[in-house]
Unconditional design. Sequence first.
Length: 268
Amino acid sequence: MDLNDTATLASLLEAFLLASGKPLSLERLADLFEEGERPDSKQIKAALAHLDKSCKKRAFELKEVASGYRLQIRDSYAPWVGRLWEEKPQRYSRAFLETLALIAYRQPITRGEIEDIRGVTVNSQIIKTLLERDWIRVVGHRDVPGKPAMLATTRAFLDYFNFSSLDQLPPLSVIRELELEPELPLQAPLSAKVVAPAVANADESHEEPADAAHKPADKDFRSLLAELDAMEQGLKSDFDDLREDEQADQDAGQSGHSSPDERDPSSE
């Protein structure tokens, strides 16, 4: 096999992506070759461009997402392809989607801050579901009493919604315009390119707790988006500095406590 030929390399990359079943980064694609035959990144990118062009008239397309490249069915075929699965698409409550939207547009954000904006207690099951789906992660802890966890989205979240970066999140004005629909498909506000479950106004597993009725009435979605829009700013995607700060604080705290062997003998 002549891997110096762009068309041949493109066919091999197509085989990799079809067999993988998940996005593959340029680095991962390069690692699949033996060292002596490994093409450089420029060759791989050229082959991917060739593959993308060859998919133009096919039922699937090459898509770049946060975790790398993948081959996926085109949106126009989604209504028919969805018939392959007998189970109904999962439907999410408004509370679930509002929580996810707040994390996506205001990250990093704590659970308490989400509750302050929405005006009601966040159901623990919602946070648990988002963590289990690997759509959100803990990126640090706020330096306030209680050290609440700060939540942010993950690469898996971007992959699911067909985004390669947070910059591709649609403006909140678009979501506000679509909010008038009584039952809003999940893909509509987030991305027209996403083949995703529909949204219901109620979901047994994600409803607010019973004691929510004794709390202030939650804000309507339009008001929530308006408040969120006012806070919108450049989204941060790299939270390694937060972890470094936390580690430094822990190290400083440990150094402030001497071990029994280091005690002053005169104090005994």
